[in-house]
Write a protein that binds this ligand. Structure first.
Ligand code: F6R
Length: 241
């Protein structure tokens, strides 16, 4: 794993954006895996800025999001569909039918998980996956204990995850209890992975990822086994290294 440490969050966002833009210039039909949450929003702003200033085009790109809450309609402001439109898709030239996110309102959620997994492989797999990390080491919504051979599946969110994400909702009771997430094996199939880590609250998780043992109890540790991972971390996140 390659570690790029930056002096602050803005620099982290800029560096990650620069690398993504260079991958897009090199491959205008890149399959790009995306994450939601607070960490990548600065990166998305940088991509939007670049698109407006330098006209980097997303017309040939397909995006695949890691996860979606179960039971939240796409148009609800708390859905990850809504999040992605608001923070990225509606500001660049990507055709919306080339943006893919699991459907957390599907009638048959098991079928939806299989469909999404198959859909990604029919598109040739993910070239570059963007990840954030939970304080408990989750990647996507793969909480501690998720098998490393898991494919897209339904997960019960950890109480700590629901609490952390309650900042986006009116109260913690409103945070869904389940989500659909790409599995660990689905994520590991990506040809390249960028992990973004920002802030003091992630310092312990980053230290454990870099120096701890590979264990299903700390899902991100599986990244030690991937051949092409770059970690972008700001000063606060690297404080314990
Ligand atoms: C989001 C996702 C999660 C987040 C993680 C960190 O699609 O899959 O793994 O990346 O919970 O979230 P933030 O960035 O809000 O700290």
């Amino acid at each position: 794993m390659k570690l790029i440490s930056t002096s602050n969050y803005q620099e982290l966002s800029q560096q990650a954006a620069k690398e993504i833009i260079s991958r897009i210039n090199h491959n205008p039909s890149l399959n790009l895996g995306l994450a939601t949450g607070s960490t990548p929003t600065g990166l998305y702003q940088e991509l939007i800025r670049d698109h407006k200033q330098k006209q980097t085009s997303y017309k040939g790109i397909n995006t695949f999001n890691l996860d979606e809450y179960i039971g939240i309609p796409k148009k609800d402001r708390n859905s990850y569909h809504y999040f992605m439109c608001e923070h990225l898709f509606e500001h660049i030239d990507i055709p919306l039918d080339q943006t893919h996110i699991p459907d957390g309102t599907a009638k048959n959620l098991d079928v939806e998980c299989m469909r999404y997994e198959q859909f990604i492989s029919e598109h040739g797999g993910i070239d570059l996956q963007i990840l954030g990390i939970g304080q408990n080491g989750h990647i996507g919504f793969n909480e501690p204990g998720t098998p490393f051979d898991s494919r897209t599946h339904i997960i019960d969110l950890a109480e700590s995850t629901r609490k952390a994400n309650s900042r986006f909702f009116e109260s913690v009771e409103d945070v869904p209890k389940q989500a659909i997430t790409m599995g660990i094996a689905s994520i590991m199939d990506s040809k390249e992975i960028f992990l973004l880590v920002s802030g003091a609250s992630k310092a312990k998780a980053l230290a454990r990822l870099l120096t701890g043992e590979v264990s299903e109890q700390f899902p991100a540790s599986v990244l030690q086994k991937h051949e092409n991972v770059t970690i972008f971390a700001d000063k606060e996140a690297t404080a314990l290294l």
